[in-house]
Design a protein around this ligand. Structure first.
Ligand SMILES: Cc1cc2nc3c(=O)[nH]c(=O)nc-3n(C[C@H](O)[C@H](O)[C@H](O)COP(=O)(O)OP(=O)(O)OC[C@H]3O[C@@H](n4cnc5c(N)ncnc54)[C@H](O)[C@@H]3O)c2cc1C
Length: 360
């Protein structure tokens, strides 16, 4: 999905088959990548931002959306999702193109000094610079590790729901004990032909209300709840026909099903970033502290993904890094341009870029 212009304007990716020409591509739409859009925008630079997740927010949205954060300057307390919502609001004037649900897989420096950037979904960019704000890496689903599982991934073994209707009228097994597993289980109840839940322990990480509802439905016989670990797949010819679940007493229960939705959570993986020829230090990108440039001129790294003496993986450190990296990008793309510091309070050009009226 490509969102161009205002973050809520959707343009079909087909229209963007040709490389998108831009001053900067930001890899990662976590809090730090989002703030980089703002800092680039203040300097009059346009950017495109890409994330492998289907939504912006990085760790804040994916790992702790409801938790309060207390160390964002001038916000005594701010929910993690609220912080992302506020950042999305703050960057609206700069009309960054959003490309969500796509991992940036390749970055190649051209002889012109520009970068050819590609995503797994086939989107291509011709970029003057890159800011990598990839955090801990791109989030990948934890996979079901049993023999033959790989063969069924993407057809009968799924790690995310693309269309809920695909599960209707089918024999569905949901695996996992977090909110995603329970939310989908409750959503499918009454719509799937048969429904089972497998979770390895009695305790759940999901909301207590969802767990209570699941137990009630199981008590009414509307779904089956089995405590145990999936240890094998049952096959019928080429088709997945069920799973074998090992219980605490080592006995194995066979559960027939035609679709398995495994919600074991997501884990970050540095992934393709490690292959872009950039100097690494303990699985992070080594940068300078003047402009947070990596070992390759024109490629900057900010937020949790970078390493330098004294680095602290905090959102506020990432915000500072974003400001200095934006100046670095400006200098890289327009080396002839004189740089000077302007204040948003007093700069007419910055106010114009922000779309706010001049004060009286
Ligand atoms: C439970 C918890 C509580 C926390 N509390 C606080 C707190 O109170 N205060 C604080 O300052 N910090 C806190 N943190 C840390 C804070 O969340 C991180 O420092 C912050 O999220 C880093 O932001 P980021 O934008 O650098 O990276 P992230 O938030 O990790 O975002 C990086 C994004 O990059 C994407 N990405 C990576 N590689 C690719 C690729 N190749 N292609 C496309 N996309 C890619 C990922 O999908 C991800 O969305 C907390 C962290 C956790 C887990």
């Amino acid at each position: 999905m490509r969102q161009a212009g205002a973050p809520n304007t959707i343009v079909s990716e087909a229209a963007a088959n040709a490389a998108i020409h831009t001053e900067c591509v930001i890899v990662g739409a976590g809090p730090v990548g989002l703030f980089a859009v703002f800092e680039l925008g203040l300097l009059g630079l346009k950017c495109e931002i890409v994330d492998s997740l289907a939504h912006a927010g990085g760790q804040c949205t994916e790992l702790y959306p409801d938790k309060p954060i207390y160390d964002i300057p001038a916000l005594p307390v701010c929910g993690a999702q609220e912080l992302i919502d506020r950042l999305m609001q703050q960057i609206k004037p700069f009309h960054a193109g959003f490309h969500l649900g796509q991992e940036v897989t390749s970055v190649v420096r051209q002889s012109s000094g520009r970068f050819e950037v590609q995503t797994a979904a086939g989107t291509r960019f011709d970029a003057g610079s890159l800011i990598i704000a990839g955090g801990l890496g791109s989030f990948q689903p934890r996979r079901l590790l049993v023999p033959e599982a790989e063969r069924y991934e993407g057809n009968q073994l799924l790690y995310r729901v693309r269309r809920a209707e695909d599960f209707h009228g089918r024999d569905v097994l949901v695996a996992g004990g977090g909110d995603s597993a329970l939310d989908w289980l409750l959503e499918f109840c009454g719509k799937a032909r048969s429904l089972a839940l497998v979770h390895r322990r009695e305790e759940f990480r999901a909301q207590p209300a969802s767990v209570a509802r699941m137990k009630q439905l199981a008590g009414e016989g509307r779904l089956r709840h089995v405590v145990g670990t999936i240890q094998s797949l049952a096959l019928d010819g080429d088709r997945l026909a069920g799973v074998g679940v090992q219980q605490a007493d080592k006995s194995v229960v066979d559960l027939p099903c035609e679709l398995v939705l495994a919600c074991f959570g997501l884990h970050p993986k540095l992934g393709p970033i490690a292959n872009w020829g950039l100097a690494l230090e303990k699985k992070a990108l080594r940068v300078d502290t003047e402009k947070f440039q990596t070992s390759m001129p024109g490629i900057f790294a900010i937020g949790d993904i970078n390493a330098y003496p004294g680095k602290k993986k905090l959102i506020l450190s990432g915000f500072h890094e974003a400001a200095l990296a934006a100046f670095g990008v400006q200098h890289h793309v327009y080396p002839e341009k004189r740089q000077f510091l302007q204040y948003t309070t007093t700069s007419p050009i910055m106010r114009e870029r922000l779309g706010v009226a001049a004060p009286d």
